[in-house]
Each structure stands twice: as structure tokens, then as C-alpha cells.
Design a protein around this ligand. Structure first.
Ligand SMILES: *Cc1c(COP(=O)(O)O)cnc(C)c1O
Length: 393
């Protein structure tokens, strides 16, 4: 029999991120059934925490889909896109393309604003597309995990509103890591997952529908992701599926930790640690792919230098140091490494460990990296950013 892992992997890929022992322990509590009054009471409480994390407006329905981030993506699409719905999909990466494809599967008439992978979308391109074709629904990925780019969602949602379109936001890699405010930004629906910046294992996915999205729902073709049936279960206690109590425990504990840290403090932590990692990467003579103003704090796309074997570096990081980093996808395959600093993986200690290991592996591959430069620069940035290097997540 293959043994269970004995050592903790340092999870610095595009997700999953590390899960704190506090969250892991909750999953050893006894299982409750999906209709147990105690579990349902916990789920009511969870809805409130989720609404607060999304900053969803009054009257929203925030809950968690039983599945990964993609199941929440499908829940948003299945209930807001039907036959003939005019969808404008903004596509500059792998996940935005998935969202556009899914909208088509559900019967949407999909027009696309395609832009360069590794850049943020230009809001004027969206304005032009809306002027020409109009749209009922706009889909956009806030944090494009495939390219390391942050999109101007607040601006796009405002443009969508001017044209009477509802915005669906993929917040899988931004919820809990970057500012996001459904109420203030006028977003129709947004979804995320548990295993990126929230800090729980995958298998349960936060989602929020604002009142206008609830009102504009279509008849869902999917049974499992039907919003009305999910409301029947979450609000009216009618059996729909057997939700996993252990994952509810984990998600509620992770959200409690978000609340204790404070959403804004958590955003600031992700930013500070991104800047420290960036300082280290640059001091090693490497560069990030997106321009400075368009970078994610939660996922760093590091350019592979000429002459370096991208896959060999990832293998060495894993074998020698137990550190997982991600590969590039699609047009960026072989051109970038994806280094996630999300949730419990975003700590000073992990940044230093990563930079030390990365230096060693790159030097073994023949790269001319000045010894100690990465960790020294990161330590300086951490000291400048917080006044204390020993700060914990
Ligand atoms: C990870 C990710 C998803 C998919 O989530 P799964 O949990 O793998 O299903 C969707 N969108 C973005 C932006 C992601 O980063």
C-alpha cells in the first residue's frame, strides 16, 4: 500500500495552499448528517460569514457549493446563462476561457474580448464591445491564476451596469487575498473556492448572488447546481444532496480565522508578502511576467530565464525541498513558474524557505544567481513593510 505523506509539503503552486492545523483538527469532529439541526444551524452561521467575506449586499444569498471552484463557476453560469443569453466573456487566461466555454455549454450567445495572456484587460475594449453588441451578462476573472494578473473588476462592473449587464466574477484566487466588495462594486454574482486564499481543503466552494442576480436567474439545466433547489436546502431545509459536514467544519473555522485576522489586514498581509517575494526574485536577477500595476499578490508568475530547464527546476524543488510550485499553462507553458502565496502559505518563513531553495536549485542548473541575494532582499522588504520579521500569518 502506498503510505500516507509523513512530511508537510510546502504548497506554493496555484492551489491548493497549506491548511493550518487549527482547520485540519476540525475535520476530526464527529460527522453530522446533512439535515441535523446542529449542522443546519452551523450552515446558517456560515452564510453570514460568507456574505461578510464577499461584502455582499443586503438580501444576497451567500452559501457554499459542494464541489471545487469549478462547481461554483458552474453554479453561477447554470443559473444566470440560458438559451440565448447574451454573454460578453473577457478572456486573457485559462480560467476565463473555461468560464466562456461553460457559458456556451449552457446556451449563451458568447462574444469575447480576448486580450494578451500576462496583461490586464483594457476597460475601453470592454466599453467598445458593449456599445457594438450589448450583453445581458459579463464574465470576468478577478485574479487570473494562469497568468498572475489582477483585472480591474471594479471598473468593469461599473461599465457593465451602465449597459444593464450583470457581472459574474471569478474570485477563486482573490477572495481573502485581494480587496473585493460585491456591494460597493455592484457585482451580480461571485464565487471562489476553499483551497486558495481561504485556507481550507478543496471540496466546498463559496458563492454569493446579489439580489439583482437572484431576480435575473434562468431555469437551470443542471439539477445539482440549481439555485432554487439549493435555496430549498440551505434556507428551507429540504433534502437536495448529502453535504459533507467535515468540510463545513473546515470552511467555518477557516472563515473564523479570516474574521479574527480582519479582511483588510489579510489583504495587506498578502500584499506585503508579495512585495517581499518580488524583492527577492528581482535581487536574484529574475523577473515577474505582468507589469507592476497588474500583478496579483496571491500568485507570482516568474519568468523562466534563458537556458534553464523549467520542469527540472520544479522537480528539484519538490524532491530536495518538499516545495511545490506550478508550471505555466497554454501559451505560457515552459515560460513561467507560478508561485502562489495564498492563505496559510503566505508567511515570511515560507518566503525565505522558498527563496533559499530556489537559489540552490537554479545554481545547480547553471544559473548565475548571486548567493544569498534573494533572501537578503526579502528580509529587507519584510523589515521595511512591517517593522517585524517574525510576524506570523
Ligand atoms: C483554481 C481556479 C479555478 C478552479 O478551481 P478548482 O477548485 O480547481 O475547480 C477557477 N478559477 C480560477 C481563477 C482558479 O484559480
Amino acid at each position: 500500500m502506498i503510505p500516507l505523506p509523513e512530511r508537510e509539503r510546502v504548497l506554493l503552486g496555484p492551489g491548493p495552499s497549506m491548511v493550518s492545523p487549527r482547520v485540519m483538527r476540525t475535520m476530526a469532529a464527529p460527522v453530522l448528517s446533512h439535515l441535523d439541526p446542529d449542522l443546519l444551524a452551523m450552515m446558517d452561521e456560515l452564510r453570514g460569514r460568507l456574505a461578510a467575506t464577499f461584502r455582499a449586499p443586503e438580501g444576497s444569498f451567500a452559501f457554499a457549493v459542494s464541489g471545487t471552484g469549478t462547481s461554483a463557476m458552474e453554479t453561477a453560469v447554470a443559473n444566470l446563462v440560458g438559451d440565448g443569453t447574451r454573454v460578453l466573456s473577457i478572456v486573457g487566461g485559462y480560467f476565463a476561457d473555461r468560464l466562456a466555454g461553460m457559458s456556451q455549454r449552457y446556451g449563451g450567445q458568447v462574444a469575447r474580448v480576448d486580450y494578451e495572456w500576462g496583461r490586464a484587460v483594457d476597460p475601453d475594449a470592454v466599453r467598445r464591445a458593449l456599445k457594438t453588441n450589448g450583453a445581458d451578462v459579463i464574465t470576468i476573472v478577478h485574479a487570473e491564476t494562469s497568468t498572475g494578473v489582477l483585472n480591474p473588476v471594479q471598473e468593469i462592473a461599473a461599465i457593465a451596469r451602465e449597459h444593464g449587464a450583470l457581472t459574474i466574477v471569478d474570485a477563486v484566487t482573490s477572495l481573502g487575498g485581494h480587496p473585493l466588495d460585491l456591494a460597493a462594486w455592484g457585482i451580480g454574482a461571485a464565487y471562489s473556492c476553499a483551497q486558495k486564499c481561504i485556507g481550507a481543503p478543496s471540496g466546498i466552494a463559496p458563492i454569493a448572488f446579489a439580489p439583482e442576480a437572484l431576480a435575473r436567474r434562468v431555469k437551470a439545466r443542471s439539477f445539482y447546481f440549481d439555485l432554487t433547489l439549493l435555496e430549498d436546502y440551505w434556507l428551507r431545509r429540504k433534502y437536495h444532496h448529502t453535504i459533507c459536514a467535515s468540510l463545513i467544519y473546515a470552511l467555518r473555522e477557516a472563515l473564523l480565522m479570516v474574521e479574527e485576522e480582519g479582511l483588510e489586514a489579510r489583504w495587506a498581509r498578502h500584499r506585503r508578502h508579495h512585495l517581499a517575494l518580488r524583492a527577492g526574485i528581482e535581487a536574484m536577477g529574475l523577473a515577474l511576467l505582468p507589469p507592476e500595476a497588474e500583478r496579483l499578490w496571491t500568485l507570482n508568475a516568474v519568468r523562466v530565464p534563458d537556458g534553464i530547464d523549467e520542469a527540472a527546476v520544479r522537480t528539484q524543488m519538490l524532491q530536495r525541498f518538499d516545495i511545490e510550485v506550478g508550471a505555466g499553462l497554454g501559451p505560457l507553458a515552459g515560460r513561467i513558474w507560478r508561485v502562489g502565496l495564498m492563505g496559510a502559505s503566505s508567511t515570511p518563513a515560507i518566503i525565505l524557505l522558498f527563496l533559499g531553495a530556489f537559489e540552490s536549485v537554479l545554481r545547480a542548473q547553471g544559473a548565475k544567481v548571486p548567493p544569498g541575494a534573494g533572501t537578503a532582499a526579502a528580509l529587507d522588504a519584510l523589515a521595511a513593510g512591517s517593522g517585524a520579521v517574525h510576524e506570523q500569518a
